[in-house]
Ligand binder design. Structure first.
Ligand code: FES
Ligand code: FES
Length: 157
């Protein structure tokens, strides 16, 4: 199969890669670009562990083709902290112990970032609804919701 040449932007950096036409964006990120923060939980769009933001839209990267990133702006978990300075959501996930095994965490952080960008002051119900596409088998969700509420408050100043 002939490869597809893709030119895109990932976390603000111009990136070019070759991929197969049937290769997912998740495979490209992890296997070709070494961006292993996005996880493969299910590969079928059900768990949210592979969440990334493409052109300001939250997507499951396991359901997007690598070729579809052409000309887009992709944000992954690797772009969330600035150097040693954690994003408030990352900081609050740590403070609230909102993770155990951590497999779901990058996806939750990206989904929460997308949620707060669109709704800086969400109710608990809106947070639970906004994160409904992300599954966690460890935490029971309450700590995640508290961490997002706390981060939202910090981010609003
Ligand atoms: S790995 Fe993509 S939604 Fe589960
Ligand atoms: S912390 Fe283990 S799946 Fe969420």
């Amino acid at each position: 199969m002939a490869g597809v040449a893709v030119s895109t932007t990932i976390n603000g950096d111009h990136v070019e890669y070759l991929c197969q036409p049937d290769e997912t964006l998740l495979e490209v990120l992890r296997d070709r670009l070494g961006l292993t923060g996005a996880k493969e939980g299910c590969g079928t769009g059900d768990c949210g562990a592979c969440s990334v933001i493409v052109d300001n839209r939250l997507v499951c990267s396991c359901l997007v083709l690598g070729a579809e990133a052409e000309g887009r702006q992709v944000e992954t978990i690797e772009g969330m902290a600035h150097g040693d300075r954690l994003h408030p959501l990352q900081q609050k996930f740590l403070e609230h112990a909102a993770l155990q095994c951590g497999i779901c965490t990058p996806g939750f952080l990206i989904a929460a970032k997308d949620l707060l960008a669109k709704n800086p002051d969400p109710t608990e119900e809106e947070i639970r609804f906004g994160l409904a596409g992300n599954l966690c088998r460890c935490t029971g969700y309450d700590k995640i919701v508290r961490a997002v509420q706390d981060a939202a408050s910090v981010m609003r100043g």
